[in-house]
Ligand binder design. Structure first.
Ligand code: PNS
Length: 162
C-alpha cells in the first residue's frame, strides 16, 4: 500500500499546543505529515516564515514522520507539486466551520482529487489561536500552557523582554 501523506497547511504565527495536538493525532491516521507554512504576502505576521518554520522544526523534532516546509501561492499547486491528495485541518468550534468550508470548497473546485480531512480539536484547546497567544503575550500574560517553551521564548524576544 502506498504511503498515506497529508499536508497540514497554515500560518502558524506561531505554532501552538493546538497545532501540535492536530499533528500528533494526525500521525495516528497518516504515515507522514508535511506541515506547510504559508508565506502570506497579505497578512502581517509577527514571525517571519523562516522563524515560523524554525519554531515548528524545534517543537516537532521528537516526532517521526513530520516534515516542515513553506509555500507561496495556491495550496492546491503546492499539494500537486508534492503529489499529496489530502489536506489536514483542525476544527475548533462552529465559528471555524464557515471559513473552513469556504477554503475546502474552493480547493475542491481547483482540484477535485484532493480531499480535506478535518480533525476536531481537543476540547482543551478549542479556545486557542495564534492570535490570542500573541495578544496575551504582548501584554505579558502567561502563555506557558498554550505554547511550547521555545515559542514562549521567541514571543518574549519579539516583544523585547529578553
Ligand atoms: O492558519 P490559517 O491562516 O487559517 O491557514 C489558512 C491557509 C494557509 C490554509 C489558507 O489561507 C491557504 O491555503 N492559503 C494559500 C492560498 C490559497 O490556496 N488560497 C485558496 C484557498 S483559500
Amino acid at each position: 500500500m502506498s504511503e498515506r501523506v497529508a499536508v497540514y497547511p497554515g500560518s502558524f504565527d506561531p505554532v501552538t499546543f493546538g497545532h501540535l495536538d492536530i499533528i500528533k493525532r494526525g500521525l495516528t491516521v497518516f504515515d507522514k505529515i508535511i506541515v506547510a507554512v504559508l508565506n502570506n504576502a497579505r497578512k502581517d505576521p509577527l514571525f517571519t516564515v523562516e522563524e515560523r518554520v524554525a519554531l515548528l522544526k524545534e517543537t516537532t523534532k521528537e516526532l517521526n514522520h513530520v516534515e516542515v516546509d513553506c509555500f507561496d501561492g495556491l495550496l492546491m499547486d503546492y499539494v500537486e507539486e508534492k503529489n499529496v491528495h489530502v489536506v489536514l485541518r483542525g476544527l475548533r468550534a462552529i465559528s471555524d466551520f464557515e471559513y473552513e468550508l469556504q477554503i475546502a470548497s474552493i480547493n475542491k473546485n481547483l482540484n477535485p482529487k484532493v480531499e480535506t480531512f478535518f480533525m476536531i480539536s481537543n476540547n482543551h484547546f478549542s479556545f486557542l489561536s495564534s492570535s490570542m497567544v500573541k495578544e496575551v503575550s504582548r501584554y505579558q500574560g502567561n502563555v506557558s500552557d498554550l505554547v511550547p517553551e521555545a515559542v514562549e521564548e521567541a514571543l518574549n524576544k519579539k516583544y523585547g523582554r529578553q
